[in-house]
Design a protein around this ligand. Sequence first.
Ligand code: NI
Length: 182
Amino acid sequence: MALLKIARMGHPVLWRTADPVGDAHDPALQRLIDDMIETMRDADGVGLAAPQVHESRRLIVVLPLAGREDDSRPEPLPILDPVLEPLGETVEEGLEGCLSIPDLRGIVPRWQRLRWRGRSREGRPIGGVAEGFFARVLQHEVDHLDGILYPMRMTDLSLLAFVEHQRHLIERAAEDDHADVA
Ligand code: NI
C-alpha cells in the first residue's frame, strides 16, 4: 500500500465530472481502494473521493460515523459508482472541512436524510439509508465526483473560516439562526 498525493483546490482534476468505475475486479482498482483507505487514515479524514488522489473515477471511501464527535472508528467503506437520493425535504447546516482545502472549515447546508446506492469493492450492489453526519459525508464525497467542492455549496461565505476559529464559526452560525449546526 502507498500514501497518495492529495490534489488541492484549483487542480483541474477536482473540477471534472469523474468517469464510471467499470470492472470492480481490476487489480489496479483494488490497489487504488487500498491506497485511498491508507491515505484517508493517514490524513485523519472521514471520507476521500478518487479525484482527490488524481483519479477521475466514481469511487469514494467513507467512514460510516454517526456524528462528528463519534470516536468509534468503523471500517472504511468503499463505494463504487455511488448514487444519492434525498429522503424528505429537511436541510441541515453543519461544519465541513476537506482534505483538498487544508486548514479551512465552512458551514454547509446538506440534505438531512438520504438513500445511497452503489457497488461494493467486490462489485455487489450495496446501499442503505443515511442521516445526519454520515449523510453529510456522503454528499460531500459524491460532490467531488461531479467537480463540486463544499464552498460551492455554501449559501453564506461569511461562514468560511480557518480551523483555529472553528468555535467562532459555530457560534456565528448559531447566532444567525442557522439550525442544528453539527
Ligand atoms: Ni473533500
